[in-house]
Design a protein around this ligand. Sequence first.
Ligand SMILES: [Mg+2]
Length: 195
Amino acid sequence: MLIAFDIDDTLGCCFSASLAYFNKCFNKNYFPEEVAEWVNSHFDCEHDFFSQLYNIRCEDVTKIFVERSHEILTEMPVFPLALIEVKRLVSEGHKPVYITARDSRWKGITSNWLMSANFPHGALYFTREKANLALELGVDLFYEDSVHNIRSLRKVGVNCILVDAFPNWGWNNEKYSVPRVHWNPLLSNFLSVKS
Ligand SMILES: [Mg+2]
C-alpha cells in the first residue's frame, strides 16, 4: 500500500512549540496543562484551535503558521511511537509518502527533520489540497491529525487514520468510521492526570 503521513502533530509535536510561539506573538503565557483544561471546558473541535484559544481570526493563525519561525520546525520533537509505526509499515512492504500543508519554503528544514529523525525515505509533498494529491498519487491510507483534512480525504474515498491531538480531542469520528491512534505523549500525560 501507499501510505501517506501528515507531519505536524502526526509524526512530531508541533503543538507545544507552536503554543510557545503564539504566546510570544500575543503576549500570553498559556501552558499545555492549562490548555488541556481549556480543551475540556471551552474548545469547539469543529473550529480552529489557535483562533479560539487566542481569540484571533483564522487568517491570522494561517499567517503565523506560514511565517512561523525556523526554530519551531527544526526543534519539533518526534513522537517515538509514530517513528516505530512508520518503520513497521515500511518493513511490511508498504511505501511511505509525506504530505504536509507547510509552506514549501520550509522544504529543506522539513526533509532534514525527517532524515535526522530517521523516518524511512519517501517522497515529500507540500500542499493544502491534500485530498486531491492523495487521489492523484493513489494513496491507500492517510495518517492525519486534522479533522478538516480527514473530512476532505474521506469525501474523496481515501482511508484515514486519525492521530489523536488536542485540536481533534472530542471530535466524534464515528460517523466517518475513522480509526484513531494515540501516540502523543503530551495528550497521554493529560489523560493520565484526568483519569
Ligand atoms: Mg497535522
